[in-house]
Design a protein around this ligand. Sequence first.
Ligand code: UTP
Length: 469
Amino acid sequence: MNPSSDLVTTLARAGQQHLLAFWNRLDEPAQRSFALQLEAVDWPLVEQMRRLGAGDGHGRTPSVDLAAAITPSCLRLGDASNRIPPADAIRRGSEALGAGQIGAILVAGGQGTRLGCHGPKGLCSIGPVSKANLFEVLLGRLVAVRRRYGRDVPLAIMTSSATDAQTRSFLADHACCGLDPDRVFVFRQHDLPALDAATGNLLLDGPGHLAVAPDGHGGMLVALAEAGGLDWFGSQGVEHVVSFQVDNPLAMPLATEFLGYHLLSGADFSTQVVCKQEPGERVGVVVDCDGRHCVVEYSDLPAQTAAERLPDGRLRFYAGSIAVHAFTKMFLDRVASRHDSLPLHRAFKAVPFLDADGNRVVPTSPNAHKFERFIFDLMPLAKRVCVVEIEASDGFAPLKNPTGAASDTAAHVHAALVAHARRLLAKAGINVAEGVDVELAANRIIDETDIKGLLKSGTWLDRPIVVGG
Ligand code: UTP
């Protein structure tokens, strides 16, 4: 069959006729599915991406005056000098969980390119002893919360074209890791085409397929609303929603103290940070610019500025963002209704493509621009932001890089999980022999209280074990 005249005209107008170069090599079903993909392209958005691709910036809007910016004042987990007493926060957070007012969004649509994932990162085995995968650990934590507070935390999981089918079949085959399937809502984010950095043209990654990538974790906003997820949260009685990432098995978005600070401070956007120690750490930082909070990506922070220190020795911009947030549902409803809520960011990446002769090229250096939206760009739209500093060792162990890299590898994450488990066990009076790997069953143990219910104080553990498993 021939491509429709509308499609041909659209591509001609956009200067993208090359996309049909291999049309005649496709069988009819492939032609049909390629036509659907092309018809779904948002050409005005592509035009915006081309302009962004041609410019120098990363697409951050608005730009931040770093000279005037400061690190916002943070509440610190467990700090009695906080303006809100920790005990009050814990009480309030527990009440909200017990009343079923909290929902959660797990963003799990990333391609895991640095790690070299083929499929969802959530399926990567991470339990140091159990070998449980990231989904099992993170969804297990919600099971533990239900066990303690007697109410489910409705969970929306964002997938992408790269992760959707495998995630859904994993959840179906594993009974949603113990969560009530009616309280789990899977939705898929959109893709955006990658653009050839030299020409600004769309690329093919097959004769009948555009090279595309998920539109960033910020794609959550539009995709959730379009899929009916915000209404779904509403129908479940949810008034506040936390979000967290699939590659951080230590994430504690439902820590009662964090929830309590969010609720008692009247924030519409709360966020967890860790104290960035070294200027070179690759985390964005939360800054306060004239009363408005935002995250500045590490790539946007000049090296000299990143290295500036406060008189007490901390970095001037030390509030490292770990992508664990809490929002009021009303805030999400408000920003989801605005098309321009989240700006596009550009990244220069190696993207496989078909050359003019139809040969597949796998570049070893960046050749194309990918475009993403980030959740943290919602922060400047919030009326009140609450920043809560946590210890990295309690809540941040991201899996980003392949074995052998200097940071954020599976070995680093294992070590962090074991160290965390050993600390909680020590608090419960349990001794663990030197060098022995221990793990806490994510679906049973939130803190030392749960351990005390399982093991007697003074118990010795001298072989690898999943406590509560
Ligand atoms: P990252 O961008 O750090 O990791 O995403 P990634 O995409 O998994 O891996 P790289 O960058 O290709 O190596 C952080 C979190 O945001 C989610 C990821 O699944 C991860 O939980 N994410 C990222 C999405 O859900 N969608 C995206 O489009 C991008």
